[in-house]
Design a protein around this ligand. Structure first.
Ligand SMILES: *Cc1c(COP(=O)(O)O)cnc(C)c1O
Length: 465
């Protein structure tokens, strides 16, 4: 591609994205392709000779789009959102355009320093304690995912603990995200070393059960090296009592996973979510879920970076350089598992500046208000019930008719192509989850979701007499 061809193709690609976002609402939210459809359509080998750009772009529409779930569709209510925004998309594009690799300060000083700067903006915006500021012994880094951040926290905790690995135990709740169990496994813990603490009727970790387990483990000569608390569980949005957990777990490393819910703390009325964070050794939340910054972008804060650096630093000869040797700079390769790193802070910087905190708060508040409206409809209709307390913009609910009815309801809603929800289990029973969080989601989309449910329930009542 010559520079002029690149310009033309680039403008066309931006037009394509703009049209996609403008019309995404007209597409079926979930893809209906059968497994293997795209693979069967691809030639078995890469083309020997160059193809024109127009042919490649045409295949984006023909081959790729049919196999997509449209996460930016305003009626996408599944999992948790992975919302994006025009400034974030441009940040991603410019990051690719620059093509820099920020593994060391010296390999692009601005990449490291912008990251430090915007993470401090986020720390202040969320009201996180000063101990997570890079001005002291702590600091923050952008990781690809919360899964990676949790792994780094467990590696630091494991190595900080004076006891040998075989004697260590970890605690988290039965509702914790699967990334905690995966991180424990990668960090070398046996499955039995991860204790799943039971939850109360709001699905939050029971501190009395935690304290009992701590006492039993101590009596048996085991040492708790880390506790993972969750603020906003993936299943139902439950919030563990972080302050009490911090007091119960002594000097174990306390990691707080707020992957989805953390973004809400930019609104002062939701700061209570972060109560007890002054006890935490680390905290992670994902701007790539609910802060209009496209995947991947996970913000990881530590109160003391030294144990993490001790766990993750290795300096081979070929990476030695004068700024690193001076000790005056941060090399983020030591704050993550991979060596190489993308210029992720660029998109976050664009988002923070073009929306402003007020704009981001308006989005979060809008989503929470829509979820509250939907939950009120559920509560007022005797055919439906809330399956768990409403958490921010997440509503877990079910039809009162039992698992079979709920599965058919979910299949019918998702099969319509007009909206998309996912499910979970609460108290051993199926529950549907409606997670509001799309950048383009408005009241009419949530109202339409409710109307679809009512219409289905009416038909169901007729069909079953
Ligand atoms: C989504 C989620 C994760 C995993 O996030 P990734 O960034 O995809 O690793 C972890 N914990 C909770 C509570 C989540 O909701």
């Amino acid at each position: 591609m010559t520079p002029d061809e690149f310009r033309a193709a680039g403008y066309a690609a931006i037009d394509w994205i703009a049209e996609y976002l403008e019309s995404v609402e007209e597409r079926p939210v979930a893809s209906v392709v059968v497994p293997g459809a795209l693979l069967a359509a691809l030639p078995p080998a890469a083309p020997e000779d160059p193809e024109p750009w127009s042919a490649v772009l045409a295949d984006l529409d023909r081959r790729i789009v049919p196999g997509l779930m449209h996460w930016q569709h305003p009626s996408f209510f599944g999992y948790f959102p992975a919302n994006a925004s025009p400034p974030a998309i441009l940040g991603e594009l410019l990051s690719a355009g620059l093509g820099v690799q920020g593994m060391l300060w010296v390999t692009s000083p601005a990449c490291t320093e912008l990251e430090i700067g915007v993470l401090e903006w986020l720390r202040v915006a969320l009201g996180l304690p000063d101990r997570f500021s890079a001005a002291g012994p702590g600091g923050a880094v952008l990781q690809d995912t919360a899964s990676s951040a949790t792994l780094c926290a467990l590696l630091a905790a494991r190595d900080r603990c004076a006891a040998p690995l075989a004697q260590q135990v970890l605690y988290t709740s039965t509702q914790a995200h699967s990334s905690v169990a995966k991180a424990a496994r990668i960090a070398g813990f046996a499955e039995a070393q991860l204790r799943l603490i039971p939850v109360d009727d709001t699905l939050a970790m029971r501190v009395d059960a935690l304290s009992e387990q701590v006492a039993a483990d101590r009596a048996a000569g085991r040492v708790c090296s880390a506790v993972c608390a969750t603020v906003g569980t993936t299943s139902t949005g439950a919030v563990d009592p972080v302050a009490q957990i911090g007091r119960a777990c002594g000097d174990a490393w306390l990691h707080v996973d707020a992957a989805w819910a953390g973004s809400a703390a930019i609104c002062v009325e939701h700061r209570g979510l972060l109560a007890g964070l002054e006890h935490a050794d680390s905290f992670v939340f994902n701007p790539h879920k609910w802060l209009l910054t496209n995947f991947d972008c996970s913000a990881f804060f530590v109160a003391d970076r030294a144990p993490m650096l001790a766990a993750l630093s290795i300096l081979p000869e070929y990476l030695r350089n004068a700024p690193t040797a001076s000790g005056e700079v941060v090399d983020f390769r030591d704050w993550q598992v991979p060596l190489g790193r993308r210029f992720r802070s660029l998109k976050l910087w664009f988002v923070l500046r073009t929306y402003g905190l007020s704009g981001l708060r308006a989005h979060i508040r809008g989503h929470i208000a829509l979820a509250a409206w939907f939950a009120a409809r559920i509560a007022a209709d005797p055919r439906f019930e809330l399956a768990a307390p409403v958490s921010l913009a997440l509503v877990c609910f079910r039809h009162a008719g039992g698992d079979g009815v709920n599965q058919r309801l979910l299949d019918a809603l998702n099969g319509s192509g007009r909206l998309f929800l996912t499910h979970t289990q609460v108290d051993g029973q199926l529950a549907l989850r409606l997670a509001v969080g799309g950048r383009m989601t408005e009241a009419r989309h949530v109202e339409a979701a409710w109307a679809e449910m009512v219409a289905w329930a009416d038909r169901e009542a007729v069909a079953t007499g």
